[in-house]
Design a protein around this ligand. Structure first.
Ligand SMILES: [Zn+2]
Length: 429
């Protein structure tokens, strides 16, 4: 099987490549990249005027299977990923039951194999039941194939447990992904604590709820010499501490979501529950700090924190709605519209945060177009404009604050192992 992608702008940050040319895929592997390839092929994709990149990786999604299939399944979640240009996703363990053991991990992998459209890499829980009390069987989880460990959705409140987790994870070559939140400081809050929360009369969550835990986790990463990845960083103080940790040579990495680099707490005005996320949408100075952190490399990764909920769960009073927003199908046009077109990031800088950087943190041999590597490829039309229509989402979750937004730069083709799984918005797998 030979597939030729013709005449695109090929951007592969892992190989410092940014040039116009052709990509030849043979039997699911990248076979050749050069200016003009003329060989017999089974299929040609015309990519003139398009951006051709390694398959995008989202290292932070919530697929709700097992346990919450009314919100999302692995089948629908991976279709959303393919529609959004992602060829790989790493799914958080807060399913029901929690992915803290080999059986749940195997089930996710089996389902992904049978019904998945893109690659799914499970993240295991750090503690049993993500209760924060007793470490999960980390060796068993590693053997079952988890690519990282996290109790995401909940912090590991006990510092001693976090210390042991970092030590054990390092032995198994796994990174701990920290959901940094001091529950005592956050309790009872529904949005960012600030001027807007006062005006709206909604109890706020102070930036300190995140920052005190980021500080603790960086200190423990230094104590243990273990890698630490900070999930969905949302405040200026968190960015500053991550920057400082990196400057001191610690193995600290961080991610930001499209909703945190695009929106502020002003979006909560009107009480649309899609804007209720954890950590909350912060102030404009926090958002500016995230943009600066993306620019200077403090923030390594753009991840969606794709968190689908059923319509009836979100169609309640703001205070009662569950946290979370879907993100897979709007991530690429938000990166293009908000970061690239605004001059915050170059194409190459943005693509690195969606390919080689998450691959490195998760230890995956993906995120590159190196010759001989797996032919996961994403093609983006940088000019295409479209209005976000949640009714057309592949995801079962329609909880997006970007509904009705006109965005530019949409993925038009997703290729997994040399097979086209999405073309012009249609899922072909
Ligand atoms: Zn999450």
């Amino acid at each position: 099987m030979r597939l030729l992608i013709k005449g695109g702008r090929i951007i592969d940050p892992a190989n410092n490549l940014d040039s116009i040319g052709d990509v030849l895929i043979v039997d699911g592997k990248i076979a050749e990249i050069s200016e003009n390839i003329e060989v017999q092929v089974n299929k040609t994709v015309d990519a003139e005027g398009m951006i051709v990149t390694p398959g995008l990786i989202d290292m932070h999604v919530h697929f709700r299977e097992p346990g919450y299939e009314h919100k999302e399944t692995i089948a629908t979640g991976t279709r959303a990923a393919a529609a959004g240009g992602f060829t790989s996703v790493a799914c958080m363990p807060n399913t029901n039951p929690i992915n803290d053991n080999q059986a749940v991990c195997s089930l996710i992998k089996q389902k992904a194999k049978e019904e998945g459209v893109v690659k799914v890499f499970p993240i295991g829980a750090v503690t049993k039941g993500s209760q924060g009390e007793e470490l999960a069987e980390i060796g068993e989880l590693k053997e079952a194939g988890v690519v990282a460990l996290s109790d995401d959705g909940k912090p590991i409140s006990n510092g001693e447990i976090m210390r042991r987790a970092l030590e054990y994870a390092q032995m198994f070559n796994l990174t701990i992904i920290s959901h940094a939140e001091d529950l005592n400081l956050a309790v009872g809050g529904f949005m960012h604590e600030g001027y807007v929360s006062t005006v709206l009369g909604l109890r706020g969550i102070p930036s300190a709820a995140e920052e005190t835990m980021v500080a603790r986790d960086i200190i423990l990463a230094e104590l243990t010499g273990s890698p630490l990845h900070i999930a969905h960083l949302s405040t200026a103080g968190s960015v500053r501490m991550a920057r400082d940790a990196k400057a001191r040579g610690l193995m600290v990495t961080a991610e930001a979501t499209p909703h945190h680099f695009t929106l502020t707490d002003e979006a909560v005005v009107g009480y649309h529950t899609a804007t209720k996320v954890n950590p909350p949408l912060r102030s404009s100075s926090d958002r500016d700090a995230i943009l600066a952190g993306l620019k200077d490399g403090t923030i390594d990764v753009i991840a969606t924190d794709h968190a689908p909920h059923a319509r009836e769960e979100k169609e309640v009073e703001y205070a009662y709605a569950p946290n979370g927003m879907v993100g897979l199908e709007t991530a690429v046009p938000l990166v293009v519209s908000q970061l690239i077109n605004q001059g915050i990031l170059t194409w190459s800088e943005a693509i690195a945060k969606l390919t080689v950087n998450p691959a490195r943190i998760l230890g995956l041999p993906l995120g590159t177009l190196s010759i001989g590597s797996t032919a996961d490829v994403t093609i983006i039309d940088p000019q295409q404009e479209a209005v976000v229509d949640t009714a057309k989402f592949q995801s079962m979750g329609k909880n997006s604050a970007f509904s009705g937004w006109k965005l530019q730069g949409w993925p038009i083709c997703t290729i997994v192992d040399g097979q086209i799984v999405m073309q012009s918005g249609k899922i072909l797998a």
